[in-house]
Design a protein around this ligand. Structure first.
Ligand SMILES: NC(=O)c1ccc[n+]([C@@H]2O[C@H](COP(=O)([O-])OP(=O)(O)OC[C@H]3O[C@@H](n4cnc5c(N)ncnc54)[C@H](O)[C@@H]3O)[C@@H](O)[C@H]2O)c1
Length: 377
């Protein structure tokens, strides 16, 4: 470990929920001596700048990136707006923490990955679940061979529809938004991280759009299977169209890992802490007044208690700052892994769209064929 940690001048681009969470963690880190914000909504910019006692605030991320104090950047804009700020930060040679996904289009993601690799900047992507003990333990059991040869992994993700509605409303191109690309990617990353010794060769999937199709031209759910080179299987299902009253704020997950010598099951549904109340509070993801029952702990970044974020996004941000200051190794997803996850989620969508098995990996030209709503196929 280096004894002389480096100073960090942090640029936060996009001061929404995640920009604020990460900014609050950074503001408490001893090596961070400058925080600058770029946020296009003036009220939000002021609110977050006051909370963080930010040193610099602007609506123009280029102006922020030009500041000499800046050594690193967090890209926390909406999912479909990551590309331009990433490319500008890469050009400036900054270390990066990028929110997932790298981009929402495969060609854009490829372009971003190329720029990152060519420049040699240290860029990691916010697959926050990697910082939870349960997934780290699972990773360790697979890595050290305690389950034998892993032959089957299953993941089932249930989400109420608030995240889906929010995503479809925010985009001007609903075709780039899908449950796999936006949310399924978290479960997929955990599983593919555990299975990193094996090469995925085929995906077979189907989707359904009976609930969200009529409302926002959206997809409700996708179920499918990845086959690995040695015949092992990953069976995945996600629905982000459960009724708004479904008590999990975001993710409610069930994972099974079966090997030749053992099995590991992980109930990550968050049913162990249930809050029911008549009083609606501004907690959780885009809270809806009709939601009076909550599985606490189901908001992936963590929970705020005693004025501070507690949970995986705090750990992930702190470890990233330590990685920058002291060159410590961390388990953050690399940009190459993030691009791979986008490719795989797009392959699920492509297979569902074309109603056929799709060989892996897919390329940019494959996804270009995917046009129009699901029901039109
Ligand atoms: N890892 C996790 O657990 C996790 C959880 C939630 C969200 N996320 C990811 O974090 C990202 C942000 O999500 P969020 O929930 O904070 O969204 P949000 O809508 O609360 O915040 C996004 C902010 O970016 C701002 N913005 C957009 N374009 C901008 C630009 N060019 N310059 C400056 N500001 C700009 C918007 O005005 C908005 O305030 C998304 O990619 C999302 O997928 C990750």
């Amino acid at each position: 470990m280096k004894k002389n940690p480096k100073r960090i001048g942090l640029a936060i681009i996009g001061a929404g929920r995640v920009g604020l969470f990460r900014g609050e963690v950074a503001a408490r880190h001893p090596q961070v001596d400058f925080i600058g914000l770029a946020e296009i909504k003036p009220d939000r910019a002021k609110f977050v700048a006051d909370k963080l006692s930010a040193d610099f605030v602007t609506a123009d991320y280029r102006e922020l990136l030009a500041r000499p104090e800046v050594t690193a950047a967090i890209i926390a804009t909406d999912e479909h707006l990551h590309v331009d700020p990433i490319l500008a930060a890469v050009e400036r040679g900054l270390s990066l923490l990028i929110e997932k996904p790298l981009a929402t289009e495969l060609s854009e993601s490829e372009r971003v990955l190329e720029a990152i690799q060519k420049s040699g900047v240290d860029a990691v992507v916010g697959y926050t679940q990697r910082f939870r003990r349960r997934w780290l333990t699972a990773k360790e059991k697979v890595r050290t061979g305690q389950l034998g040869d892993v032959t089957l992994v299953t993941s089932r993700a249930f989400m109420n529809r608030l995240v889906a509605l929010d995503n479809y409303q925010r985009t001007n191109d609903p075709k780039t938004i899908s449950p796999m690309v936006i949310s399924g990617t978290h479960a997929l990353d955990i599983v593919m991280w555990m299975m990193e010794a094996k090469r995925p060769v085929e995906v077979y999937a189907r989707s359904i759009d009976k609930a969200l199709g009529p409302i926002c031209n959206g997809i409700d759910a996708t179920a499918g299977m990845i086959t690995f080179e040695d015949g092992s299987l990953y069976h995945s299902s996600i629905s982000w169209a459960l009724p708004v009253v479904w008590p999990a704020a975001v993710y409610s997950l069930d994972v099974g890992i079966v090997g030749t010598e053992g099995v590991l099951t992980i109930d990550d549904t968050h049913r162990d802490i249930v809050l029911a109340t008549n009083i609606s509070q501004g907690e959780g993801y885009a809270p809806d007044a009709s939601r009076r029952v909550d599985f606490l702990g189901s908001y992936p970044p963590g929970d705020v208690a005693l004025g501070e974020l507690r949970g995986p996004m705090r750990e992930e941000t702190e470890q990233w700052l330590n990685r920058l200051a002291m060159s410590l190794p961390t388990q953050h997803a690399t940009a190459a892994e993030a691009h791979n996850r986008l490719m795989l989620t797009k392959a699920f969508d492509l297979s569902a769209k074309q109603k056929r098995a799709v060989p892996l990996p897919i390329g940019t030209s494959d996804t270009k064929q995917r046009q129009g709503p699901l029901a039109a196929e």
